[in-house]
Every structure is written in C-alpha cells, then in structure tokens.
Design a protein around this ligand. Structure first.
Ligand SMILES: [Zn+2]
Length: 237
C-alpha cells in the first residue's frame, strides 16, 4: 500500500515538473497565450458596400503572391495583415482592451499608425490611418474605443484605395499572426462575396492543398526568407 502511494507521489511529482517546465517554455516564448478569438472587429458600424468590407485577407493571397518580391518582401512574401476597404474618415476602434505602445511608430503602414498592447500578449497595429491619432503612448484603451480614422496610403485626396490595414503581432513585433484566427467575425460574409486578388489565395503547384483558405495561413517572421518563392502559382496571370 505504502509502495503504491509512494509511486503515486513520484508520478505526481514527475507530472508537476513537466507542467512547470511547460509553463516556463510558454513564458519564455514570444508566442502569446492561445485563446479562442479574443478580439473584435475594428469598426463599430456594420459592414456594407458604403461602410466597410474586407478586400484582402492575411496570408498568401493572389495579390500578395504577385507582389511578394517588393511590397511584401519584409513579411516573407505574404500579406501580414487584413485590409478593410472603407471611406476616408471612417472611425477605427480598438479590437480589445490594452495600452497604446506607439503612435506613428516605425512600422510602415503610412501615413499614420497606432500600436496597442493587449493583456494576452498580442499587439494590434492599425495602419494607413488618415490623421495622427489623438491617442498617446501609455494611454489605456477599452475594446471599441476610438483609435483614429481610415486614410488612403495611395492618395491624399482619398480617391485611390482608402483602407485600414490591421495586423496582430507578438510583443517583440517580429511575428505576425493571422487576424482571422484571433478576431471573432463572419470572415467570408464580410468580404460581401466580392472575389478579388485579395480574397483568393495563390496555390503552389507542388502543394495545392496548403494555405487555401482565410483560416489556413502561416505565421510571418519579419525579415525571414520568402515562403512563396516558387516561380508560378494558380491562378496563373
Ligand atoms: Zn494591407
């Protein structure tokens, strides 16, 4: 009996050691704690043709594949955020509570951007804002609080491609994650069914089942090697 109990204690100790080690590994990694779609959408208004809708998913979209060597080369050739088309001036809101860590920081997405750090370890980046945000670094925000307004990176007159570019990264800002997996939304529905280069994915001939849907896209490590360096993809040009 005593021997059995001792064996149980030993087994429990072994298990505890592994749990602690696992915890340490999670703490030590840059990867934020996994949670089921903890964030909301960056707009308060409902989607629609005159309000906002998704024009480009995160990942190996047809558009990203075709621009893999220039526009998206820093992000391993993939589109490392989600694009929401919206008229200039459309209010953008925080996707979750957190603290502002950068206003117009060195993260691209001109002309203006904001970065918010969330308690679960993720950071959200709101890019191509039309004006400098009235938020300041260190300021606390709640989910749904105003972050800024949509701008047009291609034209100050807002007549080219006004949109919000939204990213979710880790604390180091070196990894980008697929917002589709982290934001609670009807993702197919909010494209309004408009099939474009940004809502379709480029398929490699060698591995046509890989990275086919908005949900199935790889993490991006900024500065890492291109993930889609193959010369041809489906659909062909
Ligand atoms: Zn974008």
């Amino acid at each position: 009996m005593r021997q059995v109990r001792r064996r149980h204690v030993a087994r429990a100790g072994f298990l505890l050691t592994w749990i602690c080690l696992g915890g340490l590994m999670i703490l030590g990694s840059a990867r934020p704690a996994a949670a089921q779609r903890p964030f909301g959408l960056p707009f308060m208004s409902p989607p629609g043709p005159s309000t906002w809708f998704v024009t480009q998913f995160y990942g190996n979209t047809v558009w990203a594949y075709r621009n893999r060597e220039d526009l998206y080369s820093a992000g391993q050739g993939l589109h490392f955020g989600v694009d929401f088309a919206a008229p200039c001036g459309t209010p953008v809101v925080a996707i979750g509570e957190g603290v502002v860590v950068a206003v117009d920081g060195p993260y691209g997405s001109a002309p203006h951007n904001v970065v918010i750090e969330h308690p679960n370890g993720y950071r959200s980046l709101y890019g191509h804002l039309g004006q400098r945000s009235s938020l300041a670094a260190g300021q606390r925000v709640q989910r749904g609080d105003p972050v800024g307004v949509v701008g047009d990176p291609a034209s100050p007159a807002c007549d080219r491609a006004p949109h919000l570019h939204l990213e979710i990264r880790d604390r180091t800002m070196r990894l980008a994650f697929n917002p589709v997996s982290l934001i609670d939304a009807d993702w197919r529905g909010i494209t309004l069914g408009l099939g474009t280069d940004g809502t379709q994915f480029a398929l490699a001939y060698e591995e046509p089942h890989r990275w086919r849907t908005p949900w199935d896209q790889p993490e991006v490590r900024f500065g890492g090697p291109a993930l889609n360096a193959y010369p041809d993809a489906w659909p062909p040009r």
